[in-house]
Design a protein around this ligand. Structure first.
Ligand code: UDP
Length: 143
């Protein structure tokens, strides 16, 4: 299986709930390794740029307000099938539809305040990684 890297963001609602460690623990138990991380207060421009693909959607302004409402924790996760594995750990976008035991089922309150972001493809993972991290901030692990 391919070793991939993906972007995960713990959103302001989950940071405020103080569950960063619990979420990291799920990544580690699933065999994903953190190879870069930073806590960041996103600016309006940061959030608008990151979610530019959604700018015509009715929820865009609310999404930008939410994502700038407090700090986020951004990490690059590495491991076998990291993109899909992280999406499985996250659960469905709407927490009421998320499988039991997923991050969103356990920590999210609504479809808009839904605890975590995860890249949805390897291509987007690369774009999102470059959006938040310089190459030298990525720290490959010994195996
Ligand atoms: N979102 C929202 N309302 C919606 C759909 C999405 O506020 O009706 C927000 C939500 O925070 C979601 C993000 O927009 O995580 C991106 O939506 P997407 O469909 O890409 O879901 P994801 O990939 O995050 O599961």
């Amino acid at each position: 299986m391919a070793i991939e890297r993906t972007i995960s963001i713990i959103k302001p609602d989950a940071v405020a709930k103080n569950v960063i460690g619990e979420i990291y623990s799920r990544f580690e138990k699933a065999g994903l390794t953190v190879v870069a991380s930073k806590m960041k207060q996103l600016s309006q421009a940061d959030a608008e740029g990151f979610y530019a693909v959604h700018k015509e959607r009715p929820f865009f302004n609310d999404l930008v307000s939410f994502m700038t409402s407090g700090p986020v924790m951004i990490q690059v996760l590495e491991g076998e099938n990291a993109v899909l594995k992280n999406r499985e750990l996250m659960g469905a976008t709407n927490p009421s539809e998320a499988d039991a035991g997923t991050i969103r089922a356990d920590f999210a309150q609504s479809i808009d305040e839904n605890a975590v972001h995860g890249s949805d493809s390897l291509e987007n993972a690369n774009i999102e990684t470059e959006y938040f991290f310089a190459k030298e901030e990525l720290c490959p692990r010994l195996r």
